[in-house]
Design a protein around this ligand. Structure first.
Ligand code: RFL
Ligand code: PHB
Length: 390
């Protein structure tokens, strides 16, 4: 098999890259370890920056997002029993869209199929070869048969557990990591919205987040021990914790409903540099992870793909390699901005078991500051909507 660009991973990064390249007349093949049903039903992100929705719309995959997604112009910070609003649109001119990641994936898969693009699901034993030569290839198994895909470039969009990153020699890589001593317990609930905007809550008992998926389905998270299992959390215990952390002294409260999905995710900040070695480029979670507090992961994956599409386009149209050479440095500027913001927001909002009473007061002082100073609120809002100069 031969193609121009071989893409490993059919997450948002891999599928969007394949689609954007197609729109520029560049051919690609996407290899995915999991099945189509599985990627289209895995519950992950929910918040899309305006830059992300604009790009999806320009690429012709925004129709359902526009009709089914919900545009939000602000969010609330809850602390000390009160609620304070961050007016995203008033402060930055931008809004966000709440639309589930697996719905984005359904739209992208449909677009690739409609355009006769090749996406191979359920591949196994993926391995990269010759990435420091001009004739790289990807070997894999599909439907019981071994295959080799020859291409000009290999793009590793295979997420945090993929194989691409480890194909860059250890001596040429530098990894930066911070693991947080807490996790997020996530639930999906059949209930009306508890609020018309997202609520990020800081409480002595721990962080909580009230998000949404549709008028009838709500997404909520609360900080838990990363070693917890879902069996430890009965529905009653979950609601007691969410009420304690989110309900305000003014009587605003979380609306209960039938919980139909529970999961626990770990929290990690991670950046691997370089994002390019020879003919291999990394994009999305394959190169960097943020804790979900700032809602940045998917948006960063999309931002990488935007830069990489331009670089590959300039190579195929004009024979230029300068944008390929600067890809890693260009992408890393936005990545480090998002890493800092996600870390900052995580530290401000979570119960930190090693924090002294002094440091806990600092969290509250910081929340008071970002909700009363227009300058501080603007800085937070710019980061949250992704309208930052990098
Ligand atoms: P993905 O989505 O992990 O896709 C990688 C794909 O590669 C496949 N794969 C392989 N395929 C072939 N061969 C191999 N050897 C392979 N190894 C792996 C995998 O099966 C998979 O399909 O990476 P990508 O495309 O970089 O996208 C990244 C985003 O998925 C991620 O950053 C976000 O989900 C993070 N995130 C959020 N991001 C936001 O922008 N806004 C949010 O509101 C938001 N909320 C979240 C989140 C992540 C969460 N979790 C689960 C950590 C909330 C949560 C709870
Ligand atoms: C979500 O709706 O899944 C969501 C929203 C905001 C975040 C993280 C996840 O910061």
């Amino acid at each position: 098999m031969r193609t121009q660009v071989g893409i490993i991973g059919a997450g948002p990064a891999g599928l969007l890259l394949s689609h954007l390249l197609h729109l520029r007349g560049i051919e690609s093949v996407v290899l995915e370890a999991r099945g189509r049903e599985q990627i289209e039903s895995t519950i992950r992100a929910g918040v899309l920056e305006q830059g992300t929705t604009d790009l999806l719309t320009e690429a012709g995959v925004g129709t359902r997002m526009k009709s089914e997604g919900a545009q939000h112009h602000g969010f609330e910070l809850a602390f000390e029993g009160k609620r304070r609003r961050i007016d995203l649109t008033g402060l930055t001119g931008h809004s966000i869209t709440v639309y589930a990641q697996h719905e984005v994936l359904k739209d992208l898969v449909a677009a690739r199929i409609e355009a006769n693009g090749t996406v191979l699901f359920n591949v196994s034993q993926t391995s990269l070869h010759g990435i420091d030569t001009t004739t790289p290839s990807i070997r894999f198994h599909h439907e019981g048969e071994p295959h080799e895909l020859h291409c000009d470039y290999v793009i590793g969009c295979d997420g945090s557990q993929g194989v691409s990153r480890n194909s860059i020699p250890r001596a040429l890589r530098r990894d930066y990591e911070r693991v947080y001593p807490f996790g997020w317990f996530g639930i999906l609930v059949e209930a009306p919205p508890s609020s018309h905007e997202l609520i990020y809550a800081r409480h002595e008992r721990g962080f909580a987040l009230v998000s949404t998926r549709s008028p009838n389905v709500q997404r909520m998270y609360f900080q838990c021990d990363p070693k917890d299992t879902v069996e430890l959390w009965s529905d009653d215990r979950i609601w007691a914790e969410l009420h304690a952390r989110v309900d305000s002294t003014e009587g605003e409260h979380v609306v209960e409903g039938k919980i139909f999905q529970k999961n626990i995710v770990g929290m990690r900040s991670f950046v691997s540099t370089t994002m390019r070695h020879g003919r291999l480029f990394l994009a999305g979670d394959a190169a960097h992870i943020v804790p979900p507090t700032g809602a940045k992961g998917l948006n960063l994956a999309v931002a990488d793909v935007r830069v990489l599409t331009q670089a590959l386009d300039s190579f195929y149209k004009e024979g230029r390699i300068d944008l390929l050479d600067t890809y890693s440095a260009t992408a890393l500027k936005r990545i480090w901005r998002a890493e800092h913001f996600s870390y900052w927001m995580t530290r401000m909002m979570h119960r930190l078991d090693d924090a002294s009473p002094f440091e806990q007061q600092l969290q509250i002082a910081e929340l008071e500051h970002v909700t009363t100073s227009r300058a501080a609120a603007t800085a937070m809002a710019e980061n949250y909507v992704g309208a930052v100069a990098v």
